[in-house]
Design a binder for this molecule. Structure first.
Ligand SMILES: [Zn+2]
Length: 442
């Protein structure tokens, strides 16, 4: 393990369970979960329709006999139709933002919260967190699961916390400079935002003490990781989770950073073709479908996450045995189909990061003025890239257009905008405005 950038510590012995023990534990917990969801009318009906009960679950792969759950199912049973325990047993509620206005609520028992903290502690420790560290959490503390979930995980490890919450970026910078925390937790786009404000105030990596950062809550790319690492002088770790399943803590990177180890003793993750709903071969991209194995308040069977990623069960040199998932490369519902080509916003970002002078701040606007889709990408330039010389600007524009074509196969319109003109967000960044949906027949 000497080639790891730091000591490889493992928080929970369950992270290194032998594969056969893990599969047996999954089968046992899956059986318990199927028995538990009999308290939820939606599942009682769906299981009866399929003629499946807890007794039919003998191995983990029997998950394939169970019904799916979609975001739409949760919406239709708003607000708490998926509770598997009496309301009095709840100790916390969170909600995930919905595009339709109302959030999707999720609920936790005391046992769920304890489990959640432990799952967050696993990936935080895997990514360098130690008891002696100070941690700045710049995630929203509210209905969103990011702030409180990570907070509890850090607390369990015993490190000290600056609950900065998201927003007020100049204050974030002040906290980083004055209190000198070693660890930052937020969304990757917000970390870039913080780095930018720090730079504008004249602070560089040497003025802060950050060593590690844990990023989640949105999609990002490997290039963006390098960009943030350079800007803040840190090592950045990726983690994954979603409110409906538990929040952050489904998976996270170890020091090898070759994918995020899934806590498979708590989550049974399938990778399926989103159209056929059949498993894709290992290593190929598909939709992640997750069954919770230990959730008490709101267990979910085969929840369709809409997140596209690939799985890898090859052994990892850190010693953890959990299957690793790739970073999320897109969402089935973020996927833009432009002139018949599938495009993810993360691909545009990947292209922009290849061009000196461009920043990963961008906005994709899609229209259909006639029969054809038209795409314009607004790209913020670096201050030093702005020039009065038309030929230089044209060269830069051509270069960006070429990179986007290389990555996506699409020719797009480009608008190069001045630094700091696109709206910043303290949480998930707005990347796409698709005006086609509003058109009759569009
Ligand atoms: Zn590992």
């Amino acid at each position: 393990m000497t080639d790891f950038p730091f000591e490889n510590r493992i928080w929970d012995p369950a992270e290194t369970l032998a594969r056969d023990e893990l599969r047996a534990l999954q089968a046992e917990r899956l059986r318990e979960t199927v028995a538990r969801v009999a308290h939820v009318p939606f599942y009682r009906r769906a299981l009866a329709e399929r003629g499946v009960g807890a007794d039919d679950i003998r191995i983990a792969d029997d998950v394939r006999r169970l019904p799916f759950t979609t975001k739409e199912d949760l919406r239709q049973h708003y607000p708490l139709g998926f509770l598997a325990v009496p309301r009095e047993e709840l100790v916390r509620l969170h909600g995930s933002s919905g595009t339709t206005g109302k959030p999707t609520f999720v609920a936790y028992t005391a046992e769920d919260l304890e489990c959640w903290a432990n799952l967050c502690a696993r990936f935080l420790v895997a990514g360098g967190l130690r008891r002696e560290h100070m941690v700045q959490i710049a995630f929203g503390y509210g209905l969103f699961t990011g702030g409180f979930g990570l907070h509890q995980g850090v607390e369990l490890v015993g490190a000290s916390i600056i609950p900065a919450a998201s927003g007020n970026t100049p204050r974030q910078v002040m906290l980083l400079v004055d209190l000198r925390p070693e660890v930052l937790i937020c969304t990757p786009s917000y970390a870039l935002n913080i780095a930018e404000v720090a730079r504008a105030k004249g602070y560089g990596p040497d003025d802060i003490a950050l060593q590690f950062a844990h990023f989640g809550g949105e999609m990002w790319t490997e290039d963006m990781r390098h960009e943030i690492e350079r800007a803040l002088g840190i090592q950045a770790f990726n983690n994954y989770g979603l409110s409906e399943i538990i929040g952050p803590g489904v998976s996270g990177e170890c020091a090898a950073r070759g994918g995020m180890h899934i806590s498979e003793d708590h989550f049974l993750v399938e990778c399926l073709d989103p159209d056929t709903l059949e498993p894709v071969p290992e290593g190929e991209q598909g939709e992640l479908v997750i069954t919770t194995l230990t959730k008490q308040a709101m267990p979910l069977l085969r929840y369709r996450t809409r997140d596209i990623a690939a799985l890898d069960s090859a052994p990892c040199r850190c010693g953890r045995t959990g299957t690793r998932m790739s970073r999320v490369v897109g969402r089935t519902d973020d996927m833009l189909i432009i002139r018949g080509v599938n495009v993810f916003p993360s691909q545009i970002e990947e292209a922009l990061l290849r061009v000196d002078g461009a920043t990963p701040h961008y906005l994709i606007e899609v229209d259909r003025p006639g029969a054809m889709d038209e795409v314009k990408v607004k790209v913020e330039l670096r201050p030093e890239a702005f020039s009065d010389r038309m030929d230089e600007m044209q060269r830069l524009r051509d270069r960006i257009g070429r990179e986007i074509f290389t990555v996506t196969g699409l020719r797009v319109g480009l608008e190069l905008v001045e630094p700091q003109t696109l709206e910043r967000s303290a949480g998930k960044a707005l990347r796409v405005i698709d005006r086609r949906q509003n058109r009759p027949g569009g």
